[in-house]
Design a protein around this ligand. Structure first.
Ligand code: HMG
Ligand code: MG
Length: 298
């Protein structure tokens, strides 16, 4: 069953920028997010409250979150790894947070300096605080198909993390193919197993496009009833702790595909393309979005 209304979670300002070696000034990030807010997107992940020693690019989280013009119909989640991050996020009045855990031990260690179970325990602690403050909590699971350190990941590991996140208060979990190795077959197998323990309305897809499989994998997810998809404008992105991880699927390409399939996203493709160009021009990069490259006219 395919639903025709798709919610896109734009992760460009967080996942997209976190891996950029060049420091992006806060006012550029703010302009970028404000432009995204004008495109019709309903969810924009704006920054992360992780340790600035680990991810310096996100060190201006407070300034960015406080500086953006917020629209009441848009949710602006921030990524948080622990109680400290949660407390910092509370100070600026966030209304939604995203927590993250890994289906693989190797990536968990590299990304958060702890085992998967320890990471889940940390998250449970911060989720208690979030719930006390009526803050919505979204969950991510990394390495749902493969891990740069541990290789192939079995679906039971993903299901275990999904159960932990959902039962402790995440309203949905986003399935991160962190290094983009998934194919139609592996995603199908994963979803079949996950749909034994939860329902499609609790799942989202988060595909990095390293192997060019993201749109196919997203279509596979749509066929399984999933209606929430993460993407990053101009295909920015990558994780500093996942060797070889390239950008997320480009939002422009995703929107073009969904609209072509007769689905509604509420997003204005032209404005999205202009926003993608704004940030790739600043980064002095070619847009990784094929749609952007084709349709943008100077
Ligand atoms: P640690 O070094 O084990 O933590 O890092 P610690 O508790 O020992 O603290 C070390 C220092 O960091 C201390 O400072 C803390 O105060 C500080 P010091 O005493 O040395 O001056 N600290 C913090 N500062 C600010 N905010 C905080 C915070 N926490 C501690 N929240 C930790 C553990 C989890 C903090 C670290 O490993 C970390 O920040 N990791 C985050 C890495 C990251 O952001 N990765 C990218 C995001 S995940 C991703 O991209 C995947 C995703 O897109 C889905 C997918 O694609 O798969 C979501
Ligand atoms: Mg990611």
């Amino acid at each position: 069953r395919q639903n025709s209304n798709i919610r896109i979670v734009e992760v460009g300002p967080r996942d997209g920028l976190q891996n950029e070696p060049v420091n992006v000034p806060s006012d550029i990030k703010i302009q970028f997010i404000n432009k995204l807010s004008e495109t019709g997107l309903k969810t924009i992940e704006v920054t992360s409250f992780v340790s600035a020693k680990w991810v310096p690019q996100m060190g201006d989280n407070t300034k960015v979150y406080s500086g953006i013009t917020k629209k009441d119909y848009i949710s602006y989640p921030v990524l948080v790894p622990n109680v400290k991050g949660m407390e910092e996020a509370l100070k600026v009045g966030v209304k939604e947070v995203a927590v993250f855990a890994s289906a693989s031990e190797g990536f968990s260690r590299k990304n958060t300096n702890c085992s998967t179970q320890e990471g889940i325990n940390r998250i449970i602690e911060l989720m208690k605080i979030a719930k006390d403050h009526n803050i919505k909590i979204r969950g991510y699971i990394s390495c749902v198909v493969g891990c740069p350190y541990d290789g192939i990941i079995n679906t039971a590991s993903v299901a275990g993390v999904a159960e932990a996140l959902l039962s402790n208060g995440c309203y949905e979990v986003s399935l991160g193919d962190t290094i983009g190795v998934g194919t139609r077959k592996t995603i199908e197998n994963l979803l079949k197993d996950l749909l034994k323990i939860t329902t499609a309305d609790k799942l989202a897809m988060h595909c990095h496009d390293t192997y060019g499989q993201a749109l196919v994998n997203i279509c596979t997810a749509l066929e399984h009833g999933i209606t929430v998809v993460d993407s990053s404008v101009s295909g920015l992105g990558g994780c500093p702790y996942a060797r070889g991880a390239t950008g997320n699927v480009a939002t422009e390409d995703l929107v073009y595909m969904l609209h072509g399939m007769g689905m509604e996203t509420g997003v204005d493709l032209k404005k999205l393309i202009e926003t993608g160009r704004f940030i790739s021009d600043f980064l002095k990069k070619d847009s990784a979005s094929r749609v952007n490259k084709t349709l943008y006219s100077k």
